[in-house]
Design a protein around this ligand. Structure first.
Ligand code: LLP
Length: 439
């Protein structure tokens, strides 16, 4: 829930990355996103360690949609991680950071022709094909460019994981991928194998996000392996790669029990050892963690600006951020934990709702929470906001987006600057005139 370096000192003040939170607030202001380098690194190493237990070694592709910036791409590059991108913009960010295109996996249920051409000319390692239309587009763009496109097919395996319905993707009634039922996936495989400018490398399936059980991940790997076995029997074609997607849950609340990565990988190792025909190489297993790498490394820092009691007695505290920097409570009823700097380990004695500053009734960051007595001007931190917060932030109400600062061993590094009012109007063009009869 909290970053690995989070601690509270004897005066109840919060420290992260070896820096006092109060000093960061004095330097950068609020709202402020913080990321702890030690936590990011530990999670990256956890994936790489677990996946190296497989033969051939598995590979992790960080899902950029959780949080991506040039600096983040730089960290991933330095630590030899793969990267999953879902748009030309994410690809551009990675390439600008000097990320090796061969370690990039290009996803998305809708990729434009331009994005496909961009990915092919950049020579990304893998394109994950999501529909028959896209298969045609990849084939024709690859033919035009005189290339062979490296492709995985996205399979919808029919696995329903227990998570919020908006972030569930494995069930058949989904906009993603080729359904395993009714022969759709088989038709896609058959068609892909017949394309002269496509090389089918294997399968991908992502079943959902913030999943706390282990079984759906193992089931997913088994389903893809079975599909491969089926095609090996039918046509002698065997997948080199099985990409089982992301989705590992994290601890938003103290009682959340995330799945054990090493245990999942071990179960996958066993089923692959069991199910790979003797004449072929075991497929490489890829995973695409987003949230489980970055969420707990992050927290958001706000200032309490308003405290009011409403008729009926309920207390609201309102902060200088909200749905513009964290849409998850409004979109998924996501629940967060928080603390108050200077009272971080005090007993929680007050029941409050933490509201945001945006003009929506639904702009509530934490609906019900017990906190130590909150006062106006207090610094309030919300934990585990590293994933899908900055990346889903908006300029609603024309509020500039907060900066992102990385902390590590007593040093702070600005990763993304605070937006200015001038940034907000950068793409605006001023009023000039309309046809004179409208004046
Ligand atoms: N791979 C694919 C193909 C995905 O679609 C996703 C997430 C991931 C990997 C990474 O999943 P993770 O490890 O982060 O769970 N905005 C939502 C989450 C949407 C996830 C979309 N796909 C949220 O804030 O909860």
């Amino acid at each position: 829930m909290t970053p690995d370096t989070y601690r509270v000192d004897e005066s109840h003040q919060i420290w992260i990355g070896g820096i006092r939170l109060g000093d960061l607030v004095a330097k950068y202001g609020t709202p402020l996103y913080l990321l702890d380098y030690a936590t990011i690194l530990a999670r990256i190493q956890q994936y790489q360690g677990a996946l190296s237990a497989l033969t051939p070694k598995g590979q992790a592709f960080y899902a950029g949609k959780a949080f991506l910036s040039e600096a983040m791409a730089g960290v991933l590059k330095e630590h030899n991680m793969g990267l999953d991108v879902v748009s030309g913009g994410e690809l551009y960010t990675a390439l600008r950071a000097g990320f090796n295109p061969g370690h990039i996996m290009f996803h998305g249920n809708v990729k434009t022709r331009d994005e496909i051409a961009y990915a092919l000319t950049a020579r990304v390692g893998y394109l994950v094909c999501d529909s028959f239309e896209e298969l045609d587009r990849i084939e024709s763009e690859a033919a035009r460019l005189g290339m062979i496109a490296p492709v995985l097919l996205r399979i919808t395996p029919g696995i329903e994981a227990h998570t919020h319905e908006f972030i569930r993707t494995g069930q058949f009634d989904s906009k993603f991928g080729f359904g395993l039922a009714e022969g759709i996936a088989d038709k896609a495989i058959e068609k892909t194998l017949a394309q002269p400018h496509i090389r089918l490398l294997g399968f991908h399936a992502h079943i959902g996000s913030q999943i706390l059980d282990e079984a759906p991940f193992v089931h997913n790997a088994q389903t893809l392996l079975d599909l491969g076995r089926d095609w090996y029997r039918r046509q002698g074609w065997w997948p080199e790669v099985l990409n089982i997607g992301g989705g590992f849950g994290i601890r938003y609340q103290p009682q959340d029990q995330p799945p054990q990565l090493a245990s999942v990988v071990k179960q996958i190792r066993d089923l692959i050892a069991e199910g790979t025909p003797r004449e072929v190489m075991a497929p490489k297993v890829f995973m695409e963690p987003g949230r489980s790498i970055i969420a707990e490394a992050g927290l958001t820092v706000y200032q309490v600006l308003v405290k009011k009691q409403v008729p009926g007695g309920k207390w609201y505290v309102a902060v200088d951020g909200g749905m513009g920097d964290n849409i998850r409570p409004a979109l998924y009823q996501a629940e967060y934990q928080a603390a108050i700097d200077g009272k971080a380990d005090w007993l929680p004695t007050q029941h409050v709702t933490v509201a945001g500053r945006y003009c929506e009734t639904g702009d509530v960051l934490i609906r019900e929470i017990n906190l130590p007595p909150v006062e106006v001007n207090d610094t309030l931190v919300v934990f585990a906001t590293g994933a899908y917060n900055y990346s889903m932030a908006s300029n609603y109400n024309r509020v500039p987006r907060p900066p992102v600062v990385l902390v590590d061993q007593g040093q702070d590094h600005l990763w993304i600057a605070r937006e200015s009012y001038a940034d907000l109007v950068r793409a605006d063009r001023p009023w000039t005139s309309v046809a004179w009869e409208h004046r």
